[in-house]
Design a protein around this ligand. Structure first.
Ligand code: AMP
Ligand code: ZN
Length: 467
C-alpha cells in the first residue's frame, strides 16, 4: 500500500514501524457546533484510510481527539451562558451519531482535551526545562520557534529565523504570521469560569499542545501516521511536530497525510464563511448517510471537491444500480457460502480494485472497478457457477467502500409478525383511525421496517435500505 507523505512530498510504501500495527492519529472535531460535511470529508477520508490499512491485513490503532477546550468552545459556552462541558456534550453526542450515519468505523480511542490537562501541563513543563519555551509578561507560555531548527519542515516554509520573536496568541493564523505560538494561555476575564491551575498560574492549554500530548500518550513518542484536512497542515501540524520533537528528541511521525477541501462554489466550506451544510441539513432534505458517504469518498482525497446536490442525486442512481445487481447475486447464491473461486472477470475486477486503493487511495479508480464488476455481473450472472464466490468479491470491495447494501434478498421476506402489524395498520386506516395507524407505523419501524403509504396501499422496505 502506497500513500503520499506530505512531509517528504513523495508517494511511499506504508508499513508498520512496529508490531504489524499502524498507529494513526487523526485530528478530531472542535466540538463547538455541529460538524459540517467539509469536516466529514476529512473523517470519511480517514475512514477509508483505516479500512484500506485493514484490507491489506495490517492492524490499526486510531486515536481521534475531541477538542473540547479552545478559543471557539470557550466563546460559544460563555455566549450561551452554560458550563463548557455541558456546551460541548451536545456536539460530542451529535458527532458520534453522525459518524454512525456515515458508516464511519469508530476509532479505538477518543480522548477529550479536558481529560488530559495534566499531560499537557507536563509537556509544557518539559519544553520549559529544555529552554524552548518561555513565559511572557502577560503570563502565557510560548514556544520559542527559533530554538527549534526543524521548524517549517512540514509546511516547507522558507522563513527567516532572524525576523521572528513576534508572538501569536490565537490558535489559528497563517504563514505570514509565523511567530512564537501559545502553549499555555493565561486566564483572561473573557474565559469566564474556564481555567486550570498550572505552574504558570491559572489558564488553559493552547490548541496545538492538546494534540501533541494526547497523541504521544496513546501512540508513543514516535508513531506511523498522522492526518487531517489540508488546513491543519499549518500551523497546527507544524506546531505539533515542534512541540513533540523538542520535548522528546525523537522523530514524531513518519507519514503525514492531508485531504483537500470540500468546497462550495470554489471556496472552502467553513463555519466562518457561512457556506456550509451540516449532515443533518442534508438528511432533513431526504438524502441518506450512504448517499452522502458515496459523494464524499468518490473523489480523490487530494483533489478539491465541489459540493453539489446533483452529485447526491447521481449517487442515489449509482447506488440503486449496485443494490439491484447485488440483490440478484444474493438471490442466485441463496445464502450458500462460497465453495470455490470467483469467476475470472470478478477476480480481475478485484485485482484492479486492490491496485487502485493501494495507489494512494485512488477511490475513483476503485469505484470504476466496482462498476466494471456490476456491468459484467449483469451480463454474465446466468453463466456463473458459484454466485456465492462472486458475492464475496462485492463484500471484499465493500470492506473499503462501506456503501453497498447487502441482505436485500433475505430482507425482502417480511417476517409474519411484521406482516401482522401491517395488516392491522391497513384495517386502522380503513377505519380512519389515524392515531392507531401512526402507532403501528412506529411499531413497524421499531421492528426495522419502513412503511410508506401510496394510492395503492402500503409498501414496506427494510430500514437498512434507507440508511
Ligand atoms: P475543525 O473542527 O475545524 O478542527 O476541523 C476538523 C477537521 O475537518 C480537520 O481535519 C479539518 O482540516 C477538516 N476540515 C475543515 N473544513 C474542511 C473542508 N471544507 N474540507 C475538508 N476538510 C475540512
Ligand atoms: Zn490536532
Amino acid at each position: 500500500m502506497k500513500v503520499y507523505n506530505s512531509l517528504s512530498r513523495r508517494v511511499e510504501e506504508l508499513t508498520p514501524l512496529a508490531g504489524g500495527e499502524i498507529r494513526l492519529y487523526t485530528c478530531g472535531p472542535t466540538v463547538y457546533n455541529f460538524a459540517h460535511i467539509g469536516n466529514f470529508r476529512a473523517y470519511s477520508f480517514e475512514d477509508v484510510l483505516r479500512r484500506v490499512i485493514q484490507f491489506n491485513g495490517m492492524k490499526i490503532r486510531q486515536v481521534m481527539n475531541l477538542t473540547d477546550v479552545d478559543d471557539k468552545t470557550i466563546r460559544g459556552a460563555n455566549a450561551a451562558g452554560v458550563a463548557l462541558c455541558d456546551y460541548t456534550k451536545t456536539y460530542k453526542d451529535a458527532f458520534f451519531a453522525d459518524l454512525k450515519t456515515l458508516n464511519i468505523q469508530p476509532a479505538e480511542v477518543y480522548p477529550a482535551a479536558t481529560d488530559h490537562i495534566p499531560e499537557m501541563i507536563a509537556l509544557v513543563a518539559k519544553l520549559m526545562e529544555k529552554g524552548v519555551a518561555y513565559q511572557s509578561d502577560d503570563g502565557s507560555v510560548y514556544f520559542k520557534v527559533r530554538e527549534f531548527p526543524g521548524y517549517g519542515k512540514l509546511a516547507h516554509i522558507d522563513f527567516d529565523h532572524q525576523q521572528t520573536g513576534a508572538r501569536c496568541a490565537a490558535d489559528e493564523y497563517d504563514k505570514e504570521n509565523v511567530g512564537d505560538f501559545a502553549l499555555w494561555k493565561a486566564w483572561e476575564p473573557s474565559d469566564g469560569p474556564v481555567g486550570w491551575d498550572s505552574p504558570w498560574g491559572r489558564g488553559r492549554p493552547g490548541w496545538h499542545i492538546e494534540c501533541s500530548a494526547m497523541s504521544m500518550k496513546y501512540l508513543g513518542a514516535t508513531f506511523d501516521l498522522h492526518t487531517g484536512g489540508i488546513d491543519n497542515l499549518f500551523p497546527h501540524h507544524e506546531n505539533e511536530i515542534a512541540q513533540a520533537e523538542a520535548a522528546t528528541g525523537k522523530p514524531f511521525v513518519k507519514t503525514w497525510m492531508h485531504c483537500a477541501h470540500l468546497k462550495v462554489n470554489g471556496e472552502k466550506m467553513s463555519k466562518s464563511a457561512g457556506n456550509f451544510f451540516t449532515l443533518r441539513d442534508l438528511t432533513e432534505k431526504g438524502y441518506t448517510g450512504r448517499e452522502i458517504r458515496y459523494v464524499l469518498i468518490n473523489a480523490h482525497y487530494r483533489t478539491g471537491l465541489n459540493f453539489a446536490f446533483s452529485a447526491l442525486d447521481d449517487a442515489r442512481k449509482s447506488l440503486a444500480r449496485i443494490d439491484e445487481c447485488v440483490g440478484r447475486v444474493e438471490a442466485a447464491a441463496k445464502g450458500a457460502s462460497a465453495a470455490g473461486e470467483p469467476p475470472e472477470f470478478a477476480a480481475k475486477c478485484l485485482a484492479d480494485f486492490t491496485a487502485a486503493v493501494n495507489d494512494d487511495l485512488n477511490l475513483p479508480s476503485a469505484f470504476a472497478a466496482l462498476f466494471d464488476l456490476v456491468r459484467q455481473t449483469n451480463a454474465h450472472l446466468a453463466e456463473v457457477s458459484d454466485p456465492a464466490a462472486l458475492l464475496s468479491v462485492f463484500r471484499r470491495m465493500d470492506e473499503v467502500l462501506g456503501v453497498v447494501f447487502f441482505g436485500r434478498a433475505a430482507a425482502a421476506e417480511v417476517p409474519p409478525e411484521v406482516q401482522a402489524l401491517v395488516d392491522a395498520r391497513a384495517a386502522a386506516r380503513a377505519a380512519k383511525n389515524w392515531a392507531e395507524s401512526d402507532r403501528l407505523r412506529a411499531e413497524i419501524a421499531a421492528a426495522g421496517w419502513v412503511v410508506k403509504d401510496s394510492r395503492d396501499g402500503q409498501s414496506l422496505s427494510p430500514a437498512a435500505q434507507s440508511r
